[in-house]
Design a protein around this ligand. Structure first.
Ligand SMILES: NC(=O)c1ccc[n+]([C@@H]2O[C@H](COP(=O)([O-])OP(=O)(O)OC[C@H]3O[C@@H](n4cnc5c(N)ncnc54)[C@H](O)[C@@H]3O)[C@@H](O)[C@H]2O)c1
Ligand SMILES: [Zn+2]
Ligand SMILES: [Zn+2]
Length: 351
């Protein structure tokens, strides 16, 4: 069924001001692109940085980069999909033709690089009734039998990021891992670390119910206060952990990640740093032969591992979803997710 003329989408108007507005439909699909009618859209912790006013673009753009829906139109060059297919849309797109993009490594794209949906820099947002998707053969994935739409939504950004953060933490079988920040990304990092071979995962967050959610999948919860480092030291016989995944982006959380890391540890940062400058204790890192990595997740590259892990029930990404609201309640959804009120962990919007 074609789209109606005119639609609703969430639009960034300024700090703490995201509203559901009338906007124009997406342009007709480009040769390699598709138009997707959205049924499920997530709000990511990265959207909260925009909401707080730390975005990169002037107000007036549509927001969101997590979407699941149905294809309503494809360009003549699209090979793998057609109208009516149920798909998940990666949070970012690049070309569909270069060698790295063919392997999902859109971060290494050799013809123009990757762009994220809904941050005001090119691609429009998916907290919307419909979206135009470039390079559809690589930006979309079919929702396989045995996967729910809510599971598929978690494969557009949050689970891939937790998984990639864990992969970049060099987790060895039997390792003790700390995950700092237990929003959706951190929760997925906890499960990913366990699936990747960690024996123990210490789960650190100031919000009690988020620690409880991590404990429910096998992590050891640790509060955030002035004694946190001492608690991690005690829990690891004074050594510190073998690997850290940081999923907050605040400088105090990054500092904590460096503090709890043991000798030889890898510290993998996926939280988007709140400041462009990061000062690190370089001599200490060197003396302890530690590795520090910052990563932006190439979502598509994680699907070959994650789709079977979700379908087989080894990972349960949908467990983070606590709240389902219609798109026209987008302002309220942002405010509640931002304030971490009422046990909210992940919001799904339904256009
Ligand atoms: N690198 C990537 O590719 C990528 C992709 C998606 C999201 N992100 C980033 O990952 C981060 C997490 O995303 P999310 O959706 O889980 O967001 P979120 O806001 O739901 O989660 C952040 C968590 O950090 C906790 N926290 C706050 N201060 C803390 C502190 N000092 N120490 C420990 N925990 C603290 C909060 O209580 C919250 O649970 C964000 O910075 C987001 O921008 C990065
Ligand atoms: Zn995101
Ligand atoms: Zn490319």
């Amino acid at each position: 069924m074609p789209l109606n003329v005119g639609m609703k989408a969430l639009v960034y108007h300024g700090p703490k001001d995201i509203r559901c507005d009338d906007v124009a439909n997406p342009d007709p699909a480009s040769t390699d692109g598709a138009v997707v009618r959205i049924t499920h859209a997530g709000i990511c912790g990265s959207d909260l940085h925009i909401y707080e006013g730390h975005g990169w673009a002037e107000p007036g753009f549509t927001t969101g980069h997590e979407a699941v829906g149905e294809i309503v139109e494809t360009g003549s060059g699209v090979r793998r999909f057609r109208s009516g297919d149920r798909v998940l849309v990666s949070g970012a797109a690049a070309c569909a033709t270069c060698l790295p993009c063919g392997q999902g490594r859109i971060d290494l794209c050799t013809s123009g690089g990757a762009s994220v949906f809904g941050i005001g820099l090119g691609l429009s947002g998916s907290q919307s009734e419909a979206i135009g998707v470039p390079a559809a053969d690589r930006t979309l994935a079919a929702i396989p039998e045995g996967m729910t739409e809510e599971q598929a939504l978690m494969l557009t950004d949050n689970l891939p990021t937790g998984w990639f953060g864990a992969r970049r933490a060099d987790i060895q079988p039997g390792a003790t891992v700390a995950v700092i920040g237990l929003g959706p990304v951190g929760q997925h990092a906890v499960e990913s670390a366990l699936v990747q071979g960690a024996a123990r995962v210490l789960a650190l967050d100031p919000v009690a119910e988020r620690r409880t959610a991590a404990a429910a999948v096998g992590a050891e919860p640790i509060e955030i206060d002035e004694h946190t480092s001492a608690r991690v030291a005690e829990a690891t016989g004074g050594r510190g952990v073998d690997a850290v995944i940081e999923a907050v982006g605040r400088l105090d959380a990054i500092r904590l990640a460096l503090e709890v890391a043991g000798p030889g540890a890898t510290i993998s940062i996926v939280g988007v740093p709140e400041s462009a400058d990061l000062s690190v204790p370089a001599v200490l890192l060197q003396a302890r032969n530690q590795t520090l990595r910052l990563s932006l997740c190439p979502v598509q590259s994680t699907w070959p591992a994650l789709v079977p892990l979700v379908v087989s029930g080894r990972l349960h990404p949908e467990r983070v979803i606590t709240t389902r609201l219609t798109l026209d309640r987008g302002s309220e959804a942002y405010a509640r997710f931002h304030d971490r009120r009422e046990g909210i962990l992940k919001v799904v919007l339904h256009p």
